[in-house]
Design a protein around this ligand. Structure first.
Ligand SMILES: Cc1ncc(COP(=O)(O)O)c(C=O)c1O
Length: 389
């Protein structure tokens, strides 16, 4: 028999995704209470679906669009960036991507050379760490300060900088902690980037889901950061459009042609039908976004109230944004979060995500999603209370 062909070290060295592993295991459990996916459970609003159906019927979706995206969509995105993010954008600074993920991947490929160090405040979305590895970069994981609500440790970020540091990648509001990085901290981060000539790549997927007076601040709104920020956004969360695979990034004109060179070999263009749906999302009534936000806030409050009743098992920081939270497991068994989550699944029939999936500082935690119905949260916590005895 011939030898098995070898895959690249880059990809071969990447471990299994704990999120996908838990999803697989959850499928084997009957009537599972599911708190492990960061995906909106609501369906896409009707007016968005209707616009896509009309575009299909009119024969507008059979071909590629411009690689950077439909001009009308890029114009509408520029208006949205001005209105919601205080970013003075024009369509030439926008690249429509296959979700935020492809934008992030293309940006990281365009910025990072093999061996370049990329600072990531952790715990963080594991995909970002993998994207750096796939670009042959070196992820430098800098813990956030949990006791203060998983805020950035600006002094530690400063200390982590070396002559090989090329970029900083963060997401705010955060997956998995739900922390909304403050304007003050992001201004300090911008000072570091400018001082060391770094590029800051942002994932602002949850920009519209912030609560209790927290404000989402886009680092690209700082005029001096214009050449140093690549900001990635998505329709996935805001409009419950997970499966449409549509997002966009904003960067200064000098970056767009470079990032486009990485975008084309992976995607050519974002799905044309989804671009028409996205255009309708931006042009339509925004009440659906407010309704999603209200629902997530109510669900978060319920989850926090239920966690309060389990305070011998979990300690938590109340999330100011996203629809995720990251409680610390107080039990000894939580030291191995993957084993703990597997037990919770097998014995309590509750599916959660082990904290270790979000970098080493995530160990002894689990991630819970509150983008589910209140009944699902109650079902999960009733079972966890019985499990905890
Ligand atoms: C922080 C973060 N970024 C990006 C994504 C995926 O975004 P998209 O569907 O736009 O690729 C997710 C999905 O869970 C996420 O949590």
């Amino acid at each position: 028999m011939s030898k098995a062909p070898r895959c690249s070290n880059r990809v071969g060295g990447i471990g299994k995704s704990a999120i996908h592993e838990m999803t697989r295991l959850s499928k084997e459990v009957k009537d599972v209470a599911f708190l492990s996916w960061a995906k909106p459970t609501s369906d896409t609003p009707e007016h968005i679906k209707e616009a896509a159906i009309a575009a299909i019927r009119d024969g507008r979706v059979g071909g590629y669009s411009e690689t950077s995206g439909l001009p009308a969509l890029r114009e509408e995105i520029a208006r949205k960036l001005k209105r919601d993010n205080n970013v003075d954008a024009n369509p030439a600074q926008i690249l429509v991507t296959v979700g935020a993920i492809e934008g992030l991947a293309a940006a990281i490929m365009a910025v990072v050379d093999p061996g370049d160090e990329v600072i990531l405040p952790t715990p963080t979305y594991s995909t970002h760490i993998r994207q750096v590895v796939i670009a042959s970069g070196v992820p430098v994981l800098v813990p956030t300060i949990e006791q203060e609500g998983f805020v950035l440790d600006i002094a530690a970020i400063r200390q982590a900088i070396t002559p090989r540091t090329k970029a900083i990648v963060y997401c705010s509001p955060s997956n998995p902690t739900g922390t909304v990085f403050s304007e003050q901290q992001l201004r300090e981060l911008a000072d570091i980037a400018l001082e060391h000539n770094l590029t800051v790549i942002t994932d602002e997927a949850y920009e519209h889901f912030v609560y209790d007076g927290h404000n989402h601040f886009s680092i690209a709104s700082i005029p001096d950061m214009r050449r140093h920020a690549v900001s990635c956004y998505t329709f996935t969360k805001t409009y419950a459009m997970t499966g449409w695979r549509i997002g966009y990034l904003h960067a200064d004109e000098h970056w767009i042609p470079q990032i486009t060179k990485a975008h084309i070999p992976f995607a050519i263009c974002a799905p044309t039908v989804s671009q028409y749906a996205a255009l309708a999302a931006l042009q339509g009534d925004q009440d659906c976004v407010a309704a999603f936000r209200q629902h997530y806030q109510t669900a978060r409050d319920l989850m926090c109230a239920r966690l309060d009743r389990l305070n011998s098992v979990f300690d938590y920081q109340k999330p100011g944004g996203s629809y995720l939270m990251f409680p610390r497991i107080l039990l000894d068994a939580g030291k191995d979060s993957a084993a703990f989550c597997k037990r919770l699944l097998a014995e309590a029939r509750v599916s959660t995500t082990p904290g270790v999936a979000f970098g080493p500082t995530g160990e002894q935690h689990l991630r819970l999603s509150f983008c589910v119905t209140e009944e699902e949260i109650d079902k999960a916590f009733d079972r966890m209370e019985a499990f905890a005895g």
